[in-house]
Design a protein around this ligand. Structure first.
Ligand code: AMP
Ligand code: ZN
Length: 481
């Protein structure tokens, strides 16, 4: 079975087949840089990152473009409030966006085009649409004539009457049809502007993505991604502009990410119920936040809560503990499992658990990037390995090496394991002195033959998934699954 992607355009799970064999072009709508991003925005950015990582894992060459909307009403208003220029505000927040997403382990796109650096391309595209009779100029603004595109509504699956009902809410006398939208906005006094054949003004949001996507990826792109709120009107309008201009399909697979919610409501700036990504990253390692965000399939809403992050934190502790222990058994000798004919029953059952994990992981990710199930496969193997280590059943080192490599490879696709010692070691660094203190107290109790206190410490720690091991050299602790 190959990769299947749910395409919002057809509303079906479709076999993925890129336009050019072995290559994938992907465009993802990036942030409007008027403020820091919250973890809802991060969910959408992370899904793009994971799709790209998985396609790369499947040996596609991926070209990812993610824009920055660095001019729009929100940027102008906020800059005005803060006494900054729109450019200054967008520049600062653009840098903050890269800083935050990099901290979350999101790999930079191949190109991050800025709207303000593509004004000539936008003007050219608007001119093409004007020449085709698909646009009109009113008082220095240029509007797209929705009526000129017979397939308008094909992405959002809205009927013309639904579209009209929605568009009527904001009545604009200058439009021929309430559904028409601006591609070029005439400058209002005091606003930043660019020269154009229609006078001073600035581009509309939809034309930005159409022209930047086509400039960097060509007229037809393989995958276009964004949050579910962008499906209509943003993506519907991108299709209308691009397809009417070129006459060919604009994007072949449309991927929309469901909202991150908090207390059942969409996390959003306007709702004032957001948690900034940088605040979350100050409290939790990136891998914990990533684990939480991939714990649901991207088309399902996900609820934010401290408890969910704590669950992810303890899951990652188990994973790191397992990998750290496995690492001690790893060998550099490149022995193929197939050539080993002296495998024990325990060896064989671990080999088959590794195979099950790998095939489960691929099956899950091939089914529309089902990260929730993929994580499930990984953690099933983690439990098996932990049990096997605890049983101390003499598994060969090269099989533990195989388990280690398989886990690292799959975890890296999801970005839930970092080889950065500083990150992964944080918890132990913090817990070590506290637990050593407890072990000293317990040892003291044992010296006094106070077995009740000694057992109570051991049992209570066990409830917290921490196991004490008493050896001749003294007591040690470790996480258990
Ligand atoms: P904005 O800053 O509102 O333009 O959003 C930037 C990106 O984040 C867009 O792709 C949105 O669809 C997405 N987004 C905004 N809020 C959420 C949320 N609560 N959950 C998931 N994605 C979101
Ligand atoms: Zn866009």
């Amino acid at each position: 079975m190959g990769l299947k992607i749910y395409n919002s355009l057809s509303r079906q799970l479709e076999e993925f087949s890129p336009l050019k064999e072995g290559h994938v072009s992907m465009y993802s709508c990036g942030p409007t840089v008027y403020d820091y991003i919250h973890i809802g925005n991060a969910r959408t950015a992370l899904v793009t990152d994971i799709i790209r990582r998985y396609l790369t894992y499947k040996e596609y060459t991926v070209k990812l473009v993610q824009n920055l909307t660095d001019i729009d009403d929100k940027i102008i208003d906020r800059a005005h409030t803060l006494g900054l220029s729109a450019h200054e505000l967008a520049h600062t927040n653009g840098l903050a966006y890269f800083e935050d997403t990099q901290r979350l382990g999101i790999q930079a796109a191949d190109i991050h085009p800025k709207a303000t650096e593509h004004i000539p391309e936008m003007i050219d595209l608007i001119q093409i649409l004007l020449d085709k009779g698909a646009a009109y100029v009113v008082d220095g603004s240029v509007y797209y004539r929705v009526n000129a595109f017979s397939e308008y509504g094909k992405l959002s699956h809205r009927k013309p009457e639904d579209l009209l009902a929605g568009a009527r809410v904001e009545v604009d006398e200058r439009k021929e049809d309430p559904r028409d939208f601006d591609m070029w906005k005439a400058a209002k006094p005091g606003e930043p502007y660019w020269e154009s054949p229609w006078g001073h003004g600035r581009p509309g949001w939809h034309i930005e993505c159409s022209s930047m996507a086509m400039k960097h990826l060509g007229e037809t792109i393989d995958i276009h991604a964004g949050g579910e709120d962008l499906l209509f009107p943003h993506h519907e309008n991108e299709i209308a502009q691009s397809e009417l201009a070129t006459g060919v399909p604009f994007a072949r697979y449309w991927v929309h990410v469901a909202f991150l919610k908090i207390d059942g409501k969409r996390m959003g700036k306007s709702e004032k119920n957001f948690i900034l990504l940088r605040e979350a990253l100050d409290k939790y390692p990136a891998e914990v936040i990533r684990h939480f965000l991939v714990s649901a399939h991207y088309r399902h809403p996900l609820d934010y809560s401290i408890e969910s992050l704590q669950t992810s934190e303890s899951a990652l502790r188990r994973l790191n503990n397992c990998l750290d222990t496995l690492k001690k058994f790893t060998t550099d000798i490149d022995e193929s499992i197939d050539t080993q004919d002296d495998l024990t029953t325990d060896d064989n059952s671990l080999v088959s658990a590794i195979d099950t994990m790998q095939s489960g992981f691929i099956r899950a990710m091939d089914t529309d990037f089902n990260t929730a199930q993929a994580v499930g496969s990984i953690f099933t193997l983690v439990s098996t390995v932990n049990k096997s280590i605890a049983k101390n059943n003499g598994i060969s080192n090269h099989i533990y090496t195989h388990a280690y490599n398989a886990l690292i490879e799959t975890c890296e696709v999801l970005g839930i394991y970092s080889t950065n010692e500083q990150d992964t070691g944080k918890t132990d660094e913090y817990l070590d002195p506290v637990l050593n203190l407890l072990l000293d107290i317990r040892q003291d109790a044992r010296n006094r033959k106070d077995w009740d206190t000694s057992d109570m410490i051991r049992d209570r720690l066990k409830e917290l998934n921490i196991e004490i091991q008493d050896t001749k050299e003294g007591s040690t602790w470790k996480f258990i699954s």
